[in-house]
Design a protein around this ligand. Structure first.
Ligand SMILES: [Zn+2]
Length: 138
């Protein structure tokens, strides 16, 4: 299961389509071919059937992020532009000025409508990504 990795990669700005376990290998390969996707998997056999693919070895999410970003470094300008739930694009929104989030750079997913803002959780995510070496402030 790479669900947590998928969410972190979306935070880093990667467009990620997530399929949970149990889906047929040929169907996954078909989806990847059709959309020119990079396949990310922990299944060695599946990774050998399709290229480009990234075989993830670790079961630890932070190490999984390191494994992926060592091959595909993130573009920092794209970080925090995707919905972690559905991969939609985040667009800037104005909230009522009485809403405590109105001054916290609020964004909304253009696909599912989920609301995002720069709060303490955002700082924590940045801190976590810094700690593992994928978010280095210049
Ligand atoms: Zn969404």
């Amino acid at each position: 299961m790479l669900g947590k990795l998928s969410r972190y990669l979306r935070i880093l700005g990667f467009s990620v389509q997530y399929e949970s376990d149990g889906i047929d290998d040929n169907r996954i390969i078909g989806i990847c071919k059709e959309n020119s996707y990079i396949l990310i998997t922990r299944d060695r056999i599946l990774s050998e059937k399709y290229k480009p693919s990234v075989l993830i070895h670790s079961t630890d999410t932070m190490n999984q992020i390191r494994e992926f970003t060592s091959i595909y470094p993130p573009d920092r300008s794209l970080a925090f532009t995707r919905c972690t739930s559905c991969n939609g694009n985040l667009i800037s929104v104005k909230l009522d000025e009485n809403d405590y989030r109105s001054k916290m750079n609020p964004h909304m997913c253009d696909s599912c409508g989920k609301l995002y803002w720069s709060g303490t959780h955002t700082a924590k995510i940045r801190e976590t990504l810094e700690k593992i070496g994928v978010w280095n402030e210049d």
